[in-house]
Design a protein around this ligand. Structure first.
Ligand code: NAG
Ligand code: NAG
Ligand code: NAG
Length: 429
């Protein structure tokens, strides 16, 4: 009896300490989205002076740095050194844990305000080098995008389904947000639509692929005259956006379309121009968009067109089984976590809506093993170049957008390209 009791006395304070440590880690995690810290932490100021502070001060010091960084230039200001995960594991409280020495590589890891690694290069981290370095070029690398993304953005959590299915109400991330960041207030209409479409995946063949290579084809004029069509057609999943045509541009943009992601104002208006065998994927930006979708799914006459900022398609010549609703989480994640647009209490506001292209890339990060993009980015130094590959509108026609923040969005896409998470086939990003 006695040994057990003294054991208990020894173990209890340890449990308490362990719990305190754990909860401070949680708090830290909650407040700053960083992994719990254990050892002395080096924080790097804007000037780049590293200083070492004792553990107790960690939370405060990080807070101070983050606070002061608000006055600095966005994007590159905040630097928080990421440390090892705690050596004391949460479940077992072993009495003699020898603190692990910080690995010199890890000490150099500095993250920006959003949580992206500051120093990006296309090199594979050692653990990925072991897994992928040995695969020959052109072989699909299973899990590559997830691994690469996590290495530059440790907060990344992969499983997010592409489309809404009948369990959508359980998706905690989005059930509290209004469109475009969630579906609140639209539950009934979505339920009705999903009960009719009855399909919530790609197709059996694509869903069963062990490794999926995806390409997102943007609409930029930068696609013109590069003859990338056959290269684009090699991908397993080819995503196109809004009304961007294929016919007449096959040489440059390819001929296949797995899905076309669309909002009402962007939908192809001429019913003859819809390609067969592609999914019509709906992305809602406003509550009334769902009403439009219901009318399209049920082939009703279009009613109540106020609230759209331009004319919308009157019919979508697709069977309900070929229609899907894109998970709105991708809009939310792209806006607030990846690009860092203003949260505005979770409501649509000035400059906080990501472009459909960024949303599609976000979807691909979660659902593809390899991701390429083409037709993204504008070269402002050539104002007379065409804005889109399919029309004559010049680049100079771009106006300051109220909804999007193109420059901030580009910062995000640059990170992905620079780190080699995605491949930019047209080098426009
Ligand atoms: C790749 O890995 C295999 C074993 O998995 C090994 O036999 C082969 O030598 C490696 N190739 C290269 C180029 O490292
Ligand atoms: C592409 O090539 C055609 C024919 O050579 C030319 O008329 C057109 O201006 C080119 N477009 C661009 C964007 O360079
Ligand atoms: C885009 O973001 C930058 C930096 O946060 C800000 O200065 C600019 O006003 C934003 N633009 C729009 C259109 O919201």
């Amino acid at each position: 009896m006695k040994p057990t009791r003294s054991m208990l006395f020894a173990v209890c304070p340890m449990l308490v300490l362990g719990f305190l440590y754990y909860s401070s880690g949680k708090l830290h995690l909650h407040v700053w989205g960083q992994k719990p810290h254990k050892h002395k932490e080096a924080t790097v100021t804007e000037a780049g002076n590293a200083k070492t502070e004792p553990e107790v001060e960690t939370v405060i010091s990080v807070g101070r740095i983050v606070g002061s960084a608000k006055q600095g230039s966005p994007g590159t200001s905040v630097a928080i050194t990421k440390q090892h995960p705690p050596t004391v594991s949460r479940g077992s409280h072993k009495p003699h844990t020898v603190p692990r020495k910080p690995h010199p590589e890890d000490q150099k890891k500095v993250y920006d305000k959003l949580g992206f690694l500051l120093k990006l290069d296309g090199k594979l981290p050692p653990e990925l080098e072991y897994k992928y370095g040995n695969l020959s070029e052109g072989v699909c690398k299973p899990g590559y995008v997830d691994a690469k993304m996590t290495s530059i953005f440790p907060k990344f959590v992969k499983p997010v389904s592409m489309f809404l299915d009948q369990n959508f109400k359980r998706l905690k991330n989005i059930n509290n947000y209004l469109p475009p960041f969630g579906f609140r207030t639209q539950e009934n209409i979505i339920e009705l639509i999903l009960a009719t479409t009855k399909n919530y995946g790609l197709n059996p063949e694509l869903d069963s692929l062990a490794c999926k290579r995806c390409v997102i084809v943007g609409n930029g004029g930068i696609l013109s005259n590069k003859s990338l069509g056959s290269r684009i057609d090699e991908y397993d999943i080819i995503v196109r956006l809004n009304e961007a045509p294929v016919e007449g541009f096959v040489k440059d943009v390819g001929s296949k379309t797995t899905m076309r992601i669309t909002y009402p104002e962007g939908a192809i208006q001429n019913p003859l121009r819809y390609e067969k065998d592609s999914l019509f994927v709906f992305s809602a930006f406003k509550p009334q968009d769902f009403r439009w979708l219901r009318q399209m799914v049920f082939k009703d006459n279009l009613r109540g067109v106020d609230g759209f900022w331009k004319s919308v398609a009157h019919q979508v010549p697709r069977e309900p089984s070929e229609m899907r609703i894109l998970n709105p989480y991708f809009i939310q994640e792209a806006a607030f976590r990846f690009i860092g647009l203003p949260h505005n209490n979770g409501l649509m506001g000035k400059g906080n809506i990501p472009t459909l292209g960024a949303v599609a890339i976000t979807m691909a990060l979660h659902n593809c093993d390899e991701v390429a993009v083409a037709g993204f980015g504008y070269d402002m130094s050539t104002p007379h170049a065409p804005l889109h590959y399919y029309e004559k509108v010049k680049m100079s026609a771009i106006k300051e957008s109220w909804t999007h923040n193109i420059s901030k969005e580009k910062e995000f896409l640059r990170k992905l390209v620079k780190a080699g998470v995605i491949t930019d086939l047209t080098n426009g990003i």
